[in-house]
Design a protein around this ligand. Structure first.
Ligand code: AHG
Ligand code: MN
Ligand code: MN
Length: 328
């Protein structure tokens, strides 16, 4: 991006994309702007966490049986409060709530917004990168009135994440490529820094929790032996948003395989795997749950269901898949 290019805020970008659909009512734009405000508020909480003494756990476990950090709860409340006021939203579903929250009757609300309010939250105490992940589905089909949010990821109308790292970055797609914005704290706006991101097709880099290696299905170990014999590097933050952001920009493959402790993998389909899969595919990469199962085609049966994840540069994902299917 050149200094002389015009400055485009997220708000202007959304309006620009909306104008390409003359029939669009602007509802989705309104939902996205609620997510942008939430991101700014959460970024502020994250930056001030130590000063405000809100680090550490609240002593509760969430529905996933994981320790809730104080900031998990704060970020969740911010999103619920911000989205709750927006008329286009019928349902919100969060990692931190057992059941999706119905805001409006079907018909009045058009969209379901699913999110992981704070991803990688155990990194907070050590000043590591954390994020927010979101997925937006349509909710205007009366046939879906029961559990209308249980749709395959291929039906997402928008998806994105916010990384609260050394800067606050928002990466988003509404199905027309992937664009990236950075929060300029001086003006309080997300500014577009890249359009139509394309993931590099190769990078000798893999990202997974290798500590679980002894309980991975054997094919993953075949892959790791091959990768290590072929000069691959290992990079793992342990916060999906940070790991996927690196892979989107630099290439490589991210995995969360089935383990003994988590037989379907640890990551949640509806608000971790699906939105990231949409971004990765929109950027020209590949996102699979197994050699013959695309993540975006998984038909969900429960809001908090988990799925194995192999995603990133197409060629690097293929290297994993081949070792999962063939002996050797
Ligand atoms: P969350 O903080 O929302 O529960 O998510 C943590 C997730 C994800 O961000 C990361 O990729 C993964 O957990 C790391 O798991 P391990 O510690 O098992 O490697
Ligand atoms: Mn998460
Ligand atoms: Mn989380």
């Amino acid at each position: 991006m050149h200094r002389h290019d015009s400055l485009v805020t997220l708000q202007a970008h959304i309006l620009e994309q909306q104008s390409r659909f003359p029939q669009a009512s602007g509802t989705l734009s309104w939902v996205l702007s609620a997510l942008s405000i939430s991101a700014k508020i959460i970024a502020n909480h994250v930056r001030r966490a130590r000063l405000d003494d809100v680090l550490g756990s609240v002593g509760n476990e969430n529905i996933q049986g994981e320790q809730q950090q104080k900031l998990d709860v704060i970020a969740n409340e911010v999103l619920l409060r911000t989205l709750g006021k927006r008329e286009g939203v019928a349902v919100v579903a969060s990692e931190e709530n057992e059941e999706p929250v119905m805001l409006r009757q079907v018909g009045d609300g058009k969209y379901c917004v699913l999110f992981d309010p704070l991803d990688g939250s155990s990194n907070l105490d050590v000043c590591g990168g954390v994020g927010t992940i979101f997925s937006i589905l349509r909710y205007d089909n009366p046939a879906h009135s029961e559990n209308g949010w249980l749709q395959a990821g291929a039906k997402q109308v928008a998806a994105g994440y916010v990384l609260y790292g050394s800067s606050t970055v928002l990466v988003m797609s509404i199905g027309m490529g992937v664009d990236m914005f950075v929060l300029d704290p001086a003006i309080g706006a997300f500014v577009r820094v890249a359009e139509q991101l394309q993931i590099p097709q190769h990078n000798k880099s893999y990202s997974l929790n290798e500590g679980n290696r002894l309980t991975f299905p054997i094919g993953y170990n075949r892959y790791l032996d091959w990768a290590q014999a072929n000069g691959y590097s290992s990079r793992y933050v342990g916060a999906m948003v940070a790991d996927i952001h690196r892979i989107l920009l630099k290439g490589g493959v991210f995995m969360y395989p089935p383990t003994k402790k988590a037989p379907h993998g640890k990551l949640r389909l509806m608000y971790e795997a699906n939105p990231m899969a949409m971004l990765i595919e929109q950027a020209g990469g590949k996102a699979m749950a197994s050699p013959d199962q695309r993540i975006l085609d998984v038909n969900p049966t429960a809001i908090h269901q988990r799925v194995p994840v192999i995603m990133g540069s197409a060629a690097e994902v293929d290297h994993v898949l081949i070792h999962l299917t063939t002996q050797g």
